[in-house]
Design a protein around this ligand. Structure first.
Ligand code: MG
Length: 172
């Protein structure tokens, strides 16, 4: 086996942006947050779960969320992003990867996310069957600048660390 393919830890990064439109609630990390705007997208437009899904797939070099759940497929219209995240996670587990930790940032001018951050962390941890202290969530505003600052868009980033069982790999 190539020495690099046998590396025990892998890092991945995910990023996503969605437009905001009138309506609500705002779906974020699998939690419905009271707000007068909602994210717009083909699925349920949960920008944080999409960033996490891409980070997981990226760390394992298993493609990206658009390949796994194409927006050209009607089956993905309005799809629950928590279900998509869990399906991506199942692929990682099947390849003997485990999540070590996630570090996430949500970029939103409004609503202020401070009082929702813990509920979102707990929901993400539950979706991935992780202890809550393996999930970190930070929230940043757009400082009034660009589409995020004008409340026209919301974005999220995620970095994930995976570990892989060497014993399992050696018998592949
Ligand atoms: Mg998305």
């Amino acid at each position: 086996m190539d020495e690099r393919a046998a590396t025990k830890i892998r890092v991945g990064i995910g990023h996503d942006t969605h437009r905001l439109a009138p309506g609500g609630p705002l779906r974020l990390g699998g939690v419905s947050i009271p707000h007068d705007k909602q994210a717009v997208g083909h699925s349920d437009a949960d920008v944080l779960l999409h960033a996490i899904t891409d980070a997981l797939l990226g760390a394992a070099a298993l493609g990206d969320i658009g390949e796994m759940f194409p927006d050209s497929d009607e089956a993905n219209r309005g799809r629950d992003s928590g279900e998509m995240l869990q399906k991506a996670h199942e692929r990682l587990v099947a390849a003997n990867f485990k999540i070590v930790n996630l570090d996430c940032i949500v970029f939103a001018e409004q609503p202020k996310l401070g009082r929702f951050k813990n509920a979102i962390r707990l929901q993400v941890a539950e979706l991935l069957d992780l202890p809550a202290d393996c999930v970190s969530l930070k929230a940043k505003t757009g400082e009034g600048v660009d589409a995020i600052g004008r409340c026209e868009a919301i974005a999220a980033q995620c970095v994930v660390l995976l570990s892989r069982s060497m014993m399992e790999i050696e018998v592949e």
